[in-house]
Write a protein that binds this ligand. Structure first.
Ligand code: SAM
Length: 210
């Protein structure tokens, strides 16, 4: 049986996917931030690939996704999807040059286990790239306050950039870089990302496997 925070995506896949059409400015700003961190070459995989909106835009060919309906849409976008959860990856050790996880950490049942699995499947010096809605940001506070009204986020647990950094350090990642965007949440303009965190609601964290 699927956990609640997977079932909601499985049962409302097209509603989730259509969000990106309705919020094209936010989506484009997020892609620009992710492009700063995601390598243009090398073998990469997105864990919690969803419907493949980011993987497709970033030219990532592989994904992991526990929801069958989300995975099917990602496959229609040309991504090869393994049906699994981040905490238990059916992938051999030292396989990938980089792993992306975009807006999925907040849904995991066991973050240290997922980070340890990602560490295991990365090649030596491989890169982990995470995108989060920072719990301390304007959007993070709004989502946290209103999450009981939002079917997708009602079971989510948001984290700060510092909390995620600390968990990554405990999982043997180092050499951190950060980019941020969505410094204003009500805007009609695509935003250029800046380095660092603390101002933007969408934060991209990159670290290297020790
Ligand atoms: C907010 S969506 C993000 C999807 C995609 N990365 C994107 O940004 O559009 C969260 C995704 O995480 C998946 N998910 C939930 N729990 C997971 C887990 N334990 N391991 C991997 N994926 C999980 C959900 O099924 C859903 O597709």
């Amino acid at each position: 049986m699927l956990a609640n925070n997977i079932t909601v995506f499985d049962q409302n896949t097209m509603e989730y996917d259509n969000w990106f059409e309705k919020h094209a400015i936010i989506y484009q700003s997020e892609i620009l931030a992710l492009q700063q961190a995601v390598p243009k070459i090398g073998n990469g995989i997105e864990i919690g690939v969803g419907t493949g909106r980011f993987a497709q835009a970033l030219n990532i060919k592989f994904g992991v996704e526990p929801s069958e309906n989300m995975a099917s849409v990602a496959e229609q976008r040309g991504i090869k999807v393994i049906r699994a959860a981040a905490e238990n990856l059916p992938v051999k050790n030292n396989t990938y040059n980089f792993v992306l996880m975009a807006t999925t950490v907040c849904f995991l049942s066991d973050i240290p286990k997922a980070f340890s699995e990602i560490h295991r499947i990365l090649k030596p010096k491989g890169k982990i790239i995470l995108a989060i809605i920072d719990k301390n940001s304007e959007l993070g506070k709004k989502y946290e306050k209103e999450k009981f009204k939002n079917m997708f986020y009602k079971d989510a647990s948001f984290h700060s950039t510092e909390e995620i950094t600390s968990l990554l350090e405990q999982s043997n990642f180092n050499s951190f870089s950060y980019w941020q965007t969505l410094t204003k949440i009500n805007t009609n303009e695509i935003e250029q990302p800046t380095k660092g965190f603390g101002k933007g609601s969408f934060v991209v964290i990159k670290a290297i496997k020790n």
